[in-house]
Design a protein around this ligand. Structure first.
Ligand code: NOJ
Ligand code: NOJ
Length: 713
């Protein structure tokens, strides 16, 4: 039996490799990927020559006892483990920031040395950290890693932290370098590269979040033209070095409006996928609405923190009812336009590992199976598959950043990832399908993913001892017998479905034992074209757009934005690349027509007026407001909301550190003369327009801009 298993897994590993060589999916559609998050310093030491580099010597702890020093992991180490990753079904790695970080030791409160081993204190966004690459900070090891990853069918996502450089009160005092050339620092900031407002104290205050410092980290001023250009060039340099996507650190803390132009700059250069870290506990967070407005408009998807909280509560020791997960899925489903692009996770480098909050491997497997099959792009934290955890101090940072303990390919978690990654790749119901609950109680969750005729039905029983008898379950799976896709790996067995009506086919009653996950599935045969993905979700004329789905056929057909036909750049049965046409700015329905004139469903895309430039709008002495009333910006192009007067349609809410003056940075079309006005949206929804003629402004063709006007009475 063991031998057969090993033999089977050898076959599936080689199949996974063969598959990836032929798939070549664009980064713009990440929904078929399984992401694996890696703390570079803690994965594998592939080269000892970079452990204690001279420019930052003394930050390495060979004994691995000080959890806040470098432990030796590096880019070469990740490269050496590529077949381990591919065999697990990992199709993308997210590595923590690999750029040149703080060179000095900053002692902690107890006088122990600490280093920026995690990568979140950049000093030079254009060079590679010497502990991760080589002592000359070159790109060689980074390039080798990207090449090796791509050869194994694995995409590379880089963590990019545009909010700040290094600590503003110690070490290098925020000193920032442009490929080795000193730009400036926080203490002697003659060029206005940083905000100098102290630390954020109120994490619900939009102004503080964006313009104050996060934990004494020198807060970059993205509206400064030098910083704007520097950060955009640094991201582009990563694209030139082959990265497929970016995890954007602390998106809630960098200037939100500027981030739209940052995303647009990346998409204008090339194919990419972006998701940001907008930390929040759940959907009742006061800024939850801001978070989904941001995700819907900026081109930057988000890590799904509300679902993360629910997963930890439901599968963790809190043992919350499955209705908690179901509730978040349905609420977010109504709010996020691109919910399938949300990045889902169980744990990460900023919270205790799952096994530290609930030392129960069954529950971990159940949480993994859920994350890998629910809507959104799954991201698994390194070491999860080895059951890695250290429970010191509850397992919180830094004890969640363990050195990888081993690289066994025979753990259940490793096999589970491999199998569910293959399912995600092959069955579009997992990547693009709707998500519906079919049967639920406190301990059992049976849900269905469905994309036209493709269906995946998943049943989880998380109870430690009780089995449940499942009666009255319906599914969209057609009549027949379905074996467990996981072949009983987590205790599942077959079901029998008979014919019902209206997409509700009855499943013959069965028993779901305690700690079981079963997966039953069907992939639809030929059918008319079905679109499941578009990326990016906005762009100006000329920006390449990837449309993914099924049944496009191998003969080129056509793509329409509204009624305008787009130029096709490439066409396969599952993926089309076309070019944003030159049409009036606005929101369009995009459709695919195959060579037999069959038309697909439509998917939404926003055609921007031009590439985006960050402009700071100020309106002085805006009409008196009461608590809960906000000033918004609205104007003549889609970037300005096309004169919308709603909370989600107009640009804002604006910020008022100097009441009654309001300001906001917004990304607007380069070189265009825009018309705009300010409005008040009162707490009760009443809209008040400022009087007079529209304001007018010609946006610069590059750099940044600012406008300052008085509210017209
Ligand atoms: C969030 C990151 O995930 C965290 O690890 C980091 O310390 C802060 N942002 C600051 O960059
Ligand atoms: C309607 C508003 O009432 C007006 O003030 C504004 O100028 C226009 N929309 C935009 O042209």
């Amino acid at each position: 039996m063991r031998k057969i298993n090993r033999w089977l897994s050898a076959i599936s590993i080689s199949l996974a490799i063969v598959f990836s060589l032929f798939s070549n999916a664009r980064a713009a559609d990440f929904k078929r990927e399984v992401i694996y998050q890696i703390v570079i310093d803690r994965f594998f030491d592939g080269s000892t020559t970079n452990n204690n580099p001279s420019q930052s010597s003394g930050l390495y702890d060979a004994t691995k006892t000080n959890w806040r020093l470098y432990w030796g992991g590096d880019l070469a180490g990740i490269q050496q483990k590529m077949s381990y990753l591919a065999g697990m079904g990992v199709t993308a790695i997210w590595i923590l920031p690999p750029v040149d970080n703080l060179n000095t030791n900053i002692p902690d409160g107890q006088g122990n040395p600490t280093a920026s081993y995690h990568g979140y204190q950049a000093r030079d966004f254009k060079r590679i950290e010497e502990h991760f690459g080589d002592p000359s900070n070159t790109w060689t090891d980074f390039d080798n890693l990207v090449t090796a990853a791509h050869q194994s069918g694995i995409k590379v996502i880089v963590d990019f932290a545009p909010n700040h450089s290094t600590a503003d009160n110690a070490g290098e005092f925020g000193a920032l370098y442009d490929n080795g050339t000193f730009l400036g620092n926080y203490t002697n900031d003659t060029n206005g590269y940083f905000h100098h407002n102290g630390n954020i104290s109120n994490f619900d205050d939009r102004y503080q979040l964006q313009y104050y410092a996060l934990f004494d980290l020198a807060d970059l001023n993205q509206e400064n033209a030098t910083i704007d250009a520097y950060l955009k060039a640094a991201a582009q340099q990563f694209q030139q070095h082959g990265v497929d996507g970016f995890r954007i650190d602390a998106v809630k803390h960098a200037t939100w409006g500027w981030e739209y132009s940052f995303a647009n700059s990346i998409y204008t250069y090339g194919d990419s996928f972006l998701f940001g870290e907008w930390y929040q506990g759940g959907t009742s967070d006061p800024l939850y609405h801001d978070s989904y407005k941001f995700a819907n408009k900026s081109g930057i998807s988000l890590l799904d923190f509300p679902l993360n909280t629910a997963i930890r509560n439901v599968f963790g020791v809190t043992n919350s009812n499955f209705s908690v997960i179901d509730g978040v899925l349905s609420q977010e489903g109504g709010n996020f336009t691109w919910k399938d692009d949300l990045v889902t996770f169980i744990d990460n480098h900023d919270m205790a590992r799952f096994l530290s909050i609930n030392n129960n491997t069954n529950r971990l497997h159940e949480a993994m199976a859920f994350t890998l099959t629910t809507r959104g792009i799954p991201c698994i934290y390194y070491g999860t598959e080895q059951y890695l955890h250290n429970d010191t101090n509850g397992g919180t940072d830094p004890y969640n950043r363990n050195m990888m303990s081993g690289f066994s390919t025979s753990t259940t978690a490793y096999q589970l990832m491999n199998q569910l990654s293959t399912l995600r790749h092959n069955n579009p119901a997992v990547s693009y399908g709707s998500t519906g609950q079919r049967w639920i109680n406190n301990d059992v969750y049976i849900y269905e993913r469905k994309f036209y005729g493709s269906v995946v039905l998943v049943a989880i029983n998380k109870n430690d001892s009780s089995s449940y008898s499942i009666t009255g379950l319906n599914t969209a799976l057609p009549a027949g017998t379905y074996t467990d896709y996981l072949n009983g790996l987590l205790g599942g067995s077959s079901i029998t479905v008979s014919t019902g009506s209206g997409g509700n086919n009855p499943v013959t009653g069965f028993t779901l034992p305690s700690h079981t996950v079963a997966v039953w599935q069907l992939t639809e045969g030929s059918a008319p074209p079905e679109v499941g993905s578009i990326g990016p979700t906005s762009g100006q004329s000329g920006v390449k757009v990837t449309i993914a789905g099924r049944n496009f056929g191998s003969t080129t057909g056509s793509v329409k934005f509204g009624t305008t036909t787009a130029t096709i750049n490439s066409w396969t049965p599952t993926q089309i690349v076309c070019t944003t046409p030159s049409v009036t700015n606005g929101v369009y329905n995009v459709t695919v027509t195959n060579s037999s004139s069959q038309v697909s469903n439509s998917i939404q895309y926003t055609v921007l007026t031009a590439k985006l430039i960050p402009v700071t709008f100020t309106v002085n002495n805006a009409t008196p407001t009461q608590t809960g009333d906000y000033i918004f910006l609205t104007g003549s192009t889609v970037e300005l909301g096309t004169w919308s007067t709603t909370w989600d349609g107009a640009v804002g809410p604006m910020l008022t550190p100097n009441y009654p003056n309001w300001f906001l940075n917004a990304s607007v079309p380069a070189g265009q003369t825009i018309q705009f006005k300010f409005i008040k949206i009162a707490a009760n929804g009443t809209v008040t327009w400022e009087a007079g003629n529209n304001h007018q402004y010609t946006v610069p063709t590059s750099g940044t801009g600012s406008v300052n006007v008085n509210w017209q009475y």
